[in-house]
Ligand binder design. Structure first.
Ligand code: GDP
Ligand code: IMO
Ligand code: MG
Length: 425
């Protein structure tokens, strides 16, 4: 058996949560492998809507287990809030025993969030536009070999280790930024939340996932963020602090590269980005505003308005190459209904040349999009359930994208609900 991976091919918010939920019934285990509560994955079914930050999107299926893998960074306070909210909605994860947490996952401390905020404030206009969840500083402590892991919470000297790291953060905050906001309330909440986390099954994710495979069970790795936010290959430095690509699933769960099966790449029929950094196809105009309004493009985690633009084929081709994508999902096709013309960026104009790749210095040199005009469709897609109901002009758009990208679009999403999903192949 192999691990299938579902991940975003753009700048995040492609609809990963919805599609993982749709696919979950066919898997024994759904595993998050990177990122943390910077993610906001939205699921809708039976008239209910849930936003998950840390918990994998397979949590609503009776026979599907869920794992927060070693590559994830966990804010115990946010995780407790998610668990409590789900319990209030009738999903008691402790009772259901359907959530496991890797002992090797790193912990986000209240002071990591202060460092995130202070760093962003100091950068002023050049800021990354971080979600301020403490992601960057936590991964810095991980690679700096200072971090605290979930498994450490069981050690007798956990409080001393915590204090040692906090003291370091406080001295950094004082010397670099000249201020340390009061975090006593959050510290109290942190330790309460750690107690709750310790009631869950804490595992070595590498053994767990490989044992699942040996037993012939099906595993889906759920990506967070998107390929263009990858720490190595995204639009650095306007990226997140983890590998959001397929390789991240190997290190973030403890599986060998030859254990990767299908790689399901997900993209919107257009494009969005939240936070700073280059976005060649951005529509900083009324059209962009229209896309934001119709597509409800506001961050699931921070509520910030998302920047909107046309689909970017050079960026998608790059993402397909990096991830070894074998099948794709296109979401939010319904949002484009009613646009007379839509556009796809085929190349960039860059330093007087027409290029078809993402240039290294895209963060400082302008790459303006070369756009291909495509006929739009008028039909409302949100109620369609049969392939025969797909408007001809949307079908032409799908055919064009498959031809350009060289990978089949297996699923088409036409609304936020679980049921608004068509299997194309
Ligand atoms: P994720 O981070 O990739 O899981 O995506 P988000 O949940 O942050 O953002 C995707 C948003 O689009 C959510 O509000 C979803 O409910 C919604 N959504 C997902 N697929 C579709 C679709 O096909 N059409 C429409 N209109 N909304 C969708
Ligand atoms: P999901 O999983 C969209 C963006 C932030 C910022 C940059 C760095 O819901 O797709 P960070 O908090 O990681 O330091 O922020 O990355 N970002 C996301 N954008 N969707 C996300 O997650 C994101 N997670 C981080 O806006 O530009
Ligand atoms: Mg999101």
């Amino acid at each position: 058996m192999a691990v299938d991976v579902l991940l975003g091919l753009q700048w995040g918010d492609e609809g990963k949560g919805k599609i993982v939920d749709v696919l979950s019934a066919g898997y024994d285990l759904i595993a998050r492998f990177q990122g943390g509560p910077n993610a906001g994955h939205t699921l809708e079914f039976d008239g209910k809507k849930f936003v998950l930050n840390t918990i994998p999107s397979g949590i609503f299926f009776e026979n599907t287990m869920n794992l927060i893998g070693n590559g994830v960074v966990i804010d115990p306070i946010t995780l407790k809030k998610e668990i409590d909210k789900l319990k209030d909605a009738g999903h008691d994860l402790l009772a259901k025993k359907n959530l496991m947490i890797a002992k090797k996952a790193h912990l986000i401390l209240p002071t990591h969030q202060l460092l995130d905020a202070a760093s962003e404030k100091k950068m002023g206009d050049g800021k990354i536009g971080s979600t301020l969840k403490g992601i960057g500083p936590t991964y810095m402590d991980k690679t700096g070999r200072n971090g605290l892991r979930v498994g450490d919470t069981a050690l007798p000297d956990f409080k001393e280790r915590y204090q040692k790291l906090v003291d370091k953060h406080v001295s950094m905050l004082t010397s670099l930024y000249g201020e340390v906001a009061d975090f006593s309330e959050r510290e109290k909440a942190f330790f309460e939340a750690v107690e709750l986390i310790n009631k869950f099954q804490l595992v070595d994710s590498e053994h767990l996932v490989n044992d699942y495979l040996k037993q012939g069970k099906k595993v889906l790795a759920e990506g967070a963020q998107g390929t263009m936010l990858d720490i190595d290959f995204g639009s650095y430095p306007f990226v997140t602090s983890s590998n959001t690509t397929t390789a991240g699933a190997c290190t973030g769960l403890g599986i060998a590269p030859n254990k990767i099966g299908e790689v399901i790449g997900i993209f919107k029929a257009y494009c969005t980005r939240v936070g700073g950094g280059p976005f060649p196809t951005e529509l900083d105009n009324e059209m962009g505003e229209e896309l934001r309004r119709i597509g409800h493009e506001f961050g699931a985690t921070t509520g910030r308005p998302r920047r909107t633009g046309w689909i970017d084929l050079p960026a998608l081709k790059y993402a397909i190459m990096l991830n070894g994508v074998t099948q794709m999902v296109m979401t939010k096709a319904d949002v484009l209904s009613g646009f007379d013309k839509i556009y796809a960026c085929t190349h960039y104009n860059y330093l007087g040349e027409k290029i078809d790749y993402m240039p290294y210095d895209i963060c400082c040199v302008e790459a303006s999009p070369v756009l291909k005009e495509i006929d739009g469709w008028n039909e409302d897609l949100t109620g369609i359930t049969e392939l025969s109901q797909i408007p001809a002009k949307l079908q032409s758009y799908i055919d064009y994208l498959e031809e350009e990208l060289g990978v089949p679009i297996k699923y088409l999403s036409v609304g936020p609900d679980r049921k608004q999903t068509l299997v194309l192949h």
